[in-house]
Design a protein around this ligand. Structure first.
Ligand SMILES: [Zn+2]
Length: 242
């Protein structure tokens, strides 16, 4: 009797450990995946900013060429001023020069705006670069530690699953079936204690003959209400005080 109860108790403790380890593995896996995603996101942001920088430099260069074009036109017009014959021609030439100067000013403003934009891009790039360096450190230390922890937990789970198989094999087939059904239904909590005549799984008060049968320990007793396997706290307490 005691032996059977102790095996059931060990089985439940075994299941609890598996459940805790599985949750821990899931938590670590999520953390790793979040860190990796974040790193990937920042790497993409960095590459995108690098592209923006290239474009911005190219655009600025184009604007500088435009300024050169205006400068050349203005120089040519100024050369022509010595060849004009009438006042009218002279006035119109000056107007043309003014127009080009105005356009040139617009382009120069655009160049200044581009330079400011480039400054901003450089700052973002610098910030991202620093963050990526830090993240790389985390990936090569914390993540490696977490991965090691996962591996150890997985090995422990394998050991616990092997032990569970041994424990279950020591019971009869009907117990195994009831156990597996309750295990599935209650997400790992297949075995529960009776305390003060109450099933600690569903909190229903159990009939005296059920409690007696549990205490006798000759067969597996299942809570009629919830289907969990019942074990008695009396028997356990006796064993634990030994
Ligand atoms: Zn119950």
């Amino acid at each position: 009797m005691k032996k059977q109860i102790m095996i059931m108790k060990e089985l439940q403790l075994n299941d609890n450990k598996i459940s805790i380890l599985t949750k821990e593995i899931n938590k670590l896996t999520t953390e790793i995946s979040n860190l990796k995603n974040e790193f990937e996101r920042k790497t993409n942001d960095f590459q995108q900013k690098e592209e923006e920088k290239k474009d911005s430099i190219k655009e600025r260069h184009q604007l500088e060429l435009d300024v050169d074009v205006f400068d050349n036109k203005i120089i040519k017009l100024k050369d022509q001023q010595f060849n004009v014959k009438t006042n009218k021609e002279y006035t119109s030439l000056l107007e043309e020069v003014d127009n080009y100067n105005e356009e040139k000013n617009h382009v120069e403003d655009a160049i200044l705006a581009k330079m400011e934009q480039l400054d901003e891009i450089e700052q973002v790039l610098k910030k991202l670069k620093n963050e990526l360096v830090e993240d790389e450190k985390i990936l090569s230390t914390d993540v490696v530690d977490k991965e090691k922890e996962i591996k150890l937990s997985q090995e422990e789970i394998t050991r616990l699953e092997d032990r569970k198989k041994v424990l279950l094999d020591s019971f009869k087939q009907d117990f195994k079936a009831s156990y597996n059904a309750a295990f599935k239904k209650y997400k790992g909590e297949a075995v529960v204690l009776i305390k003060k005549q109450i099933c600690q799984g569903c909190f229903m008060t159990l009939p005296p003959q059920i409690i007696n049968e549990v205490l006798m320990g000759e067969k597996v007793i299942i809570c009629e209400n919830c289907g969990r396997i019942l074990i008695s706290d009396f028997a356990l307490e006796e064993d634990e005080t030994k």
